[in-house]
Design a protein around this ligand. Structure first.
Ligand code: SF4
Length: 501
């Protein structure tokens, strides 16, 4: 999972890309990069680390231009070296820069084809480089491109169509082509989000570049638009391509559309609560996820004699749902797990060892409020169980009489191949275990999960009744081919240290 942003027509595109990436930092904390373009060519700064540590006043001054793409990286593939840090760049045809959020599940076979059939040498294991090369191949194959000084929208659609015909999986892409403009497209299933915004030139402001009547932004989440003063235009549709040329002309076309399957985990955990994704506000969805848990919890209170004294969120994501649940059940809400704000988000850390350390350092319980109480802990999800087990232990050590653990997400039983690092089945605590075994493994007096229908209803209530998010990690129904996905998983896990949430 990553955060991406693209801008065109902005007087200071690099600065806005930097601020946009800062609002998307929760989507990836491993590395960051910005690429700009002006009449002198491409300019790029990228490095490992948080957005704020990668960019300095000095290196930002080397990023001129009214067009930029930026990336905040969460590595699920590759070794996490500098060479894997986006934006990626290719010199032919025209000069193309690209950022990507998602996972192309048939990446390995596409990379083989590029090497063996197209004689294109790949420098990294990144699926972004694969998509970039396929897109470049599409552009150069497009009949008139070789002689064209200016790309037509048809040329671009042909190149994106070339990608759509080959790449399976999730890919939200923002690309810029030298002397041509900004291009954005989203995979035909719309698995990862991508939203488009616009800021018209105002008489008294100076933030739209010369020659443009408006600046445009494309970003992973609407939180970036609001922060930078852009009005949302709309989400990029599944299978749609958007092209904004250097005169500010806007072109859009849906090239291929499958059933729309946006990832449910964006609403459950990943997205910022201020964001609205595909028409469904994240905050409102999390409220509903909390409310919908009241029913199964009441049932368990009756059947198993559970009697929570306080409801405690595991910070940060579960807070909104826990407030809603506390209101619904009339049980006091208490924030008594205090987070050390200087420790990075646990789930997103990329190695077992790093994550173990983070759990220990991240949360401090308020003993005076926990001692002797029956504590209902609420978290967004349970993946490997490592974090949940540690937190339950922490609350018991602080003197809790009983500990119940509630998840706003149903049991995660299958791997994700589309950009969230849910591992192979054997590492998932809910895979192949009975409910009683999960409770025992976690050391909880009770564990209560959201059910699939509750999750679907919570998301669909704001997304519309035909909204059908991907829930493959819960029910095994993958929107794209499973065979390619399985091959992809092998290549990914061969390269990575397993994670532990
Ligand atoms: S498998 Fe799960 S985490 Fe992956 S895209 Fe689908 S819903 Fe999201």
């Amino acid at each position: 999972m990553c955060g991406i942003v693209g801008l065109i027509g902005s007087r200071d595109a690099a600065r806005e890309a930097f601020l946009g990436l800062t609002t998307l930092q929760h989507r990836g904390q491993d590395a960051a990069g910005i690429l700009t373009y002006d009449s002198d060519g491409f300019h790029r700064v990228r490095n490992l680390g948080l957005v704020e540590s990668v960019f300095t006043r000095e290196n930002m001054a080397t990023l001129p231009g009214a067009m930029a793409v930026g990336h905040a990286r969460y590595s699920t593939i590759g070794r996490g070296d500098l060479i894997d840090v986006q934006p990626f760049l290719i010199g032919y045809p025209f000069g193309i820069g690209m950022v990507h959020n998602g996972n192309v599940v048939n990446c390995a076979s596409l990379a083989d084809d590029l090497r063996n059939k197209s004689r294109r040498h790949l420098l990294t294991k990144s699926d972004t480089e694969v998509v970039l090369n396929i897109f470049a191949e599409g552009l150069s194959r497009s009949a008139s491109v070789h002689n064209a000084e200016e790309l037509s929208f048809d040329h671009i659609c042909e190149a994106v169509g070339h990608v759509f015909a080959r790449a399976e999986g999730s890919y939200s892409i923002v690309s810029m082509v030298a002397d041509q403009g900004l291009i954005a497209f989203r995979d035909p299933w719309g698995i990862r989000p991508l939203v488009w915004g616009k800021r018209s030139a105002q008489p008294n402001t100076n933030d739209v570049a010369e020659g443009f009547t408006a600046a445009h932004i494309v970003a992973s989440e609407s939180v970036a638009l609001g922060f930078l003063g852009y009005e949302p235009v709309r989400d990029i549709q599944p299978g749609e391509v958007l092209f904004i040329d250097l005169k500010g002309n806007v072109h859009t076309r849906v090239l291929r559309q499958e059933a729309h399957r946006p990832c449910m985990f964006e609403w459950v955990y990943f997205a910022s609560p201020e964001s609205v994704m595909d028409g469904a506000p994240v905050y409102g969805t999390r409220i509903r996820l909390g409310r919908r848990l009241a029913k199964p919890i009441r049932r368990q209170m009756e059947e198993r004699g559970l009697a929570p004294d306080i409801i405690v969120p595991v910070p940060e994501t579960a807070r909104i749902a826990a407030i809603a649940l506390a209101e619904e059940l009339g049980i006091p809400y208490r924030e008594v797990l205090i987070k050390n704000r200087y420790i990075k988000r646990t789930f997103i850390l990329d190695s077992n060892e790093k994550r173990q350390k983070a759990v220990n350092l991240k949360l401090s319980p308020v003993r005076s409020e926990i001692e002797g109480k029956k504590v209902l802990l609420m978290d967004d999800s349970i993946v490997r169980g490592t974090t949940s087990r540690k937190i339950i232990e922490l609350v018991r050590q602080a003197g809790a009489a009983e500990v119940y653990f509630v998840s706003t997400c149903p049991p995660i039983q299958n791997p994700c191949f589309y950009g969230i690092d849910f591992p192979v089945e054997s590492e998932l605590i809910a895979s192949g275990r009975t409910h009683a075994e999960i409770e025992r493994e976690l050391g909880a007096d009770a564990v209560i999960f959201q059910d699939l229908q509750g999750l679907r209803e919570a998301i669909s209530e704001s997304g519309g009744k035909n909204f059908n998010p991907c829930t493959a990690c819960l029910d095994g129904k993958y929107p794209t081919g499973v065979a390619a996905a399985a091959a992809f998983a092998k290549s990914r896990h061969a390269d990575r240290v397993p994670d532990t949430k």
